[in-house]
Design a binder for this molecule. Sequence first.
Ligand SMILES: *[C@@H]1O[C@H](CO)[C@@H](O)[C@H](O)[C@H]1NC(C)=O
Ligand SMILES: *[C@@H]1O[C@H](CO)[C@@H](O)[C@H](O)[C@H]1NC(C)=O
Ligand SMILES: *[C@@H]1O[C@H](CO)[C@@H](O)[C@H](O)[C@H]1NC(C)=O
Ligand SMILES: *[C@@H]1O[C@H](CO)[C@@H](O)[C@H](O)[C@H]1NC(C)=O
Ligand SMILES: *[C@@H]1O[C@H](CO)[C@@H](O)[C@H](O)[C@H]1NC(C)=O
Ligand SMILES: *[C@@H]1O[C@H](CO)[C@@H](O)[C@H](O)[C@H]1NC(C)=O
Ligand SMILES: *[C@@H]1O[C@H](CO)[C@@H](O)[C@H](O)[C@H]1NC(C)=O
Ligand SMILES: *[C@@H]1O[C@H](CO)[C@@H](O)[C@H](O)[C@H]1NC(C)=O
Ligand SMILES: *[C@@H]1O[C@H](CO)[C@@H](O)[C@H](O)[C@H]1NC(C)=O
Ligand SMILES: *[C@@H]1O[C@H](CO)[C@@H](O)[C@H](O)[C@H]1NC(C)=O
Length: 559
Amino acid sequence: MASILPLGLALYFSVGCSGGKLASSAWRKPNITTSLTDRVRIADAGVQKAISMLSPDAQFDGQSLAYAAQLYSQMAELDIVSNQTQYADTLRNNFLNAPHRQTNFSDTLAYGHAACRAYVAYNDSVFYDYAVQSWWFGRTYTLSSQEIAAGTTSVKNFTLSKECQDITMAGGTFWVSVLPSSPGARMMDSSSAQSTDANEPTIASLGTGTFFVLSALLAELTSDPTEKNLYLQAAAASANFTQAHLLNSQGLVQDTISALSNASCASNSIHESYDAGLAIEGLSILYSVTGDPATQSLLNSIVVATIPNTAWQHSNGVLTNGDLYLLRGLTSLYARQSIPDLQDDIGQYIAVQFNAVIDLTTANGTNIYGNAWAGPPSSAFSPVNQSNALSALLGAINLRNTSDVSGSPSPEPSSTPTNSPLASPHKSNDAIIIGIVLAVVALMGVAISIWAIRRRRSRSASMRISPVSFSMWDSLRQISGEHTRDAPDQPPPTVGSKSAPGLRPAAAAAAPMVRVGAQDTAQLPPPPNLPTDELVRMLNERLQNRNWDEEEAPPEYPV
Ligand SMILES: *[C@@H]1O[C@H](CO)[C@@H](O)[C@H](O)[C@H]1NC(C)=O
Ligand SMILES: *[C@@H]1O[C@H](CO)[C@@H](O)[C@H](O)[C@H]1NC(C)=O
Ligand SMILES: *[C@@H]1O[C@H](CO)[C@@H](O)[C@H](O)[C@H]1NC(C)=O
Ligand SMILES: *[C@@H]1O[C@H](CO)[C@@H](O)[C@H](O)[C@H]1NC(C)=O
Ligand SMILES: *[C@@H]1O[C@H](CO)[C@@H](O)[C@H](O)[C@H]1NC(C)=O
Ligand SMILES: *[C@@H]1O[C@H](CO)[C@@H](O)[C@H](O)[C@H]1NC(C)=O
Ligand SMILES: *[C@@H]1O[C@H](CO)[C@@H](O)[C@H](O)[C@H]1NC(C)=O
Ligand SMILES: *[C@@H]1O[C@H](CO)[C@@H](O)[C@H](O)[C@H]1NC(C)=O
Ligand SMILES: *[C@@H]1O[C@H](CO)[C@@H](O)[C@H](O)[C@H]1NC(C)=O
Ligand SMILES: *[C@@H]1O[C@H](CO)[C@@H](O)[C@H](O)[C@H]1NC(C)=O
């Protein structure tokens, strides 16, 4: 149904009618039967195994700097969900010594994500500052409306496409990481090539998605209204871009679109679970900050299209290859209870992956995990394989014990800690409103569907796949499968039903505005009434007046 409805209305059908129908009876082990203590212990052992494989400079030898950051993110995550601070000093040190710290962690946004989670875990503003630095780097590779109007950006050497399907290209982020710089480069040595190539025109879901998530996390974390507006605008632009240019008519997030003016908006219609995972993570965080129903609607349609998709999983629901981004996105969604009616389905899906990872991807006692989540185990350590698996191990820690739940749809944590920013105080109102909306929408449905089918058809027909985007896709695909995954996101700590990790700055900062009901838009942060440029200027001034930590010259940036 959702696929033929405009996204703005899909939510009301899916949420109202599906009532949690994503779970399949074919799913392998959708219940958590491992105790909370054991789940924490298993995740900790997996994290420690990965830490033991780091070289003295806290990087994985000869591998992308991003992989280490993915692990840092998961170290912080483990501390968040287990209410500890065991990795605080290690992470302070690791960030301080990151080879590319002084260029704003310039090869990837993985450091920004890790820094956000470390800030949540340890309430140390140095991590927040690192996240902000990483954000600024990402922003350089993100198309602003000014750049679109001018048709140029300082980091690219070609004329920009202003619009595709009559919608601005602003909000797209070029993929920036340590990976093959051009379609021709392939995977010769992915750890040495950078895609900061001024001629690379591809805007990928990976780039747009990682910047989206970082903007949303920062918007959630900061309590400064000016900063919040800046990050919210960036996140909204990413969301808009995703919806307009990366989403196909089935609600699947596709891989790439070209920003080259004469490329006729060439896009790559291939889609992968990590594309969806990043969009889900970004949207779930953005929605928790704004409560905007359009955001929830978009999120819902992506989730509904993504979970049952057989392209990346076996018929028993187990992912064919580990996917950190999908797990992280779903964990973020689950923690923030962004779609209450799908809460149990999402939890079961995460449980399926968790059970598969512990049963099928690791050999007894090694704490080393392979990437074939339906097995067999791999005994060779790989940072990417390990982080992918850790995303499932960490994601399962906050899952509700299903035997505690007697079919109650209430998404409320069993123990609601003080100052829970994610509690949903408007549930009954929501139900009534959804009911009313459903009735109205049902009447409109037929007419709209007809209209939508026509519109979608003409739109799909206008999408093209160029040879360029295909080869870029090949590169990205390999990278994403084996080379570029982030750490899983975890909930703000007050959400976990089993291990409430006490007060954290995220919760405190976000409390006043997080997760208000759709009907409470009056309580939302005031819409930004300053142009982005002005906000950026103000923020820049602020930042320039601060004393940045410049204690020591960093090691050489790797070539
Ligand atoms: C779930 O809760 C039930 C009852 O509260 C308890 O007996 C069971 O051990 C718990 N299971 C896990 C995996 O924590
Ligand atoms: C690096 O980050 C700072 C904020 O921490 C920002 O002011 C600066 O413009 C950024 N530089 C680049 C090149 O991204
Ligand atoms: C763009 O191309 C011109 C001429 O080919 C070259 O001089 C310039 O360095 C290029 N700019 C970037 C950012 O690569
Ligand atoms: C996103 O799209 C909405 C709806 O078209 C629009 O109102 C909003 O201004 C856009 N936001 C950004 C930051 O582009
Ligand atoms: C687009 O223009 C560039 C030069 O600006 C050219 O090299 C390229 O071949 C053109 N691409 C297409 C698809 O026409
Ligand atoms: C795992 O360990 C258990 C008991 O320690 C043993 O019975 C089992 O055969 C082992 N499985 C594998 C695959 O090594
Ligand atoms: C990652 O896992 C896959 C599948 O289990 C395995 O084939 C591959 O060898 C692993 N990578 C490394 C570097 O061990
Ligand atoms: C999972 O737990 C629920 C609730 O306790 C139970 O009804 C269901 O049978 C369990 N499913 C499986 C596959 O064990
Ligand atoms: C988490 O830590 C806080 C403060 O250290 C403590 O008050 C709280 O009881 C802890 N919670 C759990 C679940 O251990
Ligand atoms: C976080 O740190 C600030 C000072 O840096 C302090 O005022 C605040 O109370 C701390 N928050 C928590 C939850 O510990």
